[in-house]
Ligand binder design. Structure first.
Ligand code: GDP
Length: 195
């Protein structure tokens, strides 16, 4: 797939603001700081399209990006802030749940985890939600440039185990720094559209 134009559509606070057309959507989920914005920018060859979500006020927004008028990337609110209240956590959960469970446009969700760390409780909860909502459970392991080849292989196993991924579930190591994994992710996106 050759992308010519990508653009920001809207940061939705509520469901009412989701785009109303029937374009298919691919969503990205992960804890804040995992590298979600960097991955989206890398995939689209854009430097500052997706903004870093590390400002706590921005955590509750669902960001939509149009890709050549053909489909959209959806950046789900990053979770895992240490300093948020229970109420905020619950509200974060509701926002993601609302999107995942009600959005007919949604074709697939990619779960991002930092390749260096064992997935957190929230990562596991997110992954379970994704699987329970009927998606295949594709994992993208970010910041692969931080590890050597052997460590990457080892961490892929750790992540697979912790998330209880099925043997056929896909996990792709990527790096927005050295741009590795970009074509594997695009191959996967192409496959999603071919079925
Ligand atoms: P988000 O909060 O998930 O959108 O994360 P960002 O994309 O804003 O990235 C969070 C931090 O991780 C930033 O300081 C990025 O520069 C850094 N980062 C993101 N991707 C990579 C990567 O592939 N490799 C390295 N070394 N750092 C990364």
């Amino acid at each position: 797939m050759k992308i010519k134009n990508s653009s920001f559509v809207i940061s939705a606070v509520s469901k009412k603001q989701y785009p109303e057309d029937a374009l298919p959507e691919l969503a990205f989920a992960g804890r804040s700081n995992v590298g979600k914005s960097s991955l989206i920018n890398m995939l689209l060859n854009r430097r500052g399209l997706a903004k870093t979500s590390s400002t706590p006020g921005k955590t509750q927004l669902v960001n939509f990006y149009d890709i050549d008028g053909l489909f959209r990337f959806v950046d789900l609110p990053g979770y895992g802030f240490a300093k948020v209240s229970k109420t905020q956590k619950a509200s974060w959960g509701k926002i993601i749940e609302t999107y995942l469970q009600s959005r007919e446009n949604l074709l697939e969700v990619f779960q991002l985890v930092d390749i260096r760390h064992k997935p957190s409780g929230e990562d596991k909860q997110m992954y379970d939600w994704i699987r329970n909502s009927g998606f295949s459970g594709i994992v993208i392991a970010t910041k692969a440039d931080k590890l050597g080849k052997q460590q990457i292989a080892k961490q892929m196993k750790v992540i697979r185990n912790e998330l209880q991924m099925t043997p056929e579930a896909v996990i792709i190591p990527v790096s927005a720094s050295d741009r590795s994994g970009k074509y594997q992710v695009w191959d996967l996106i192409n496959q999603i559209f071919e079925v």
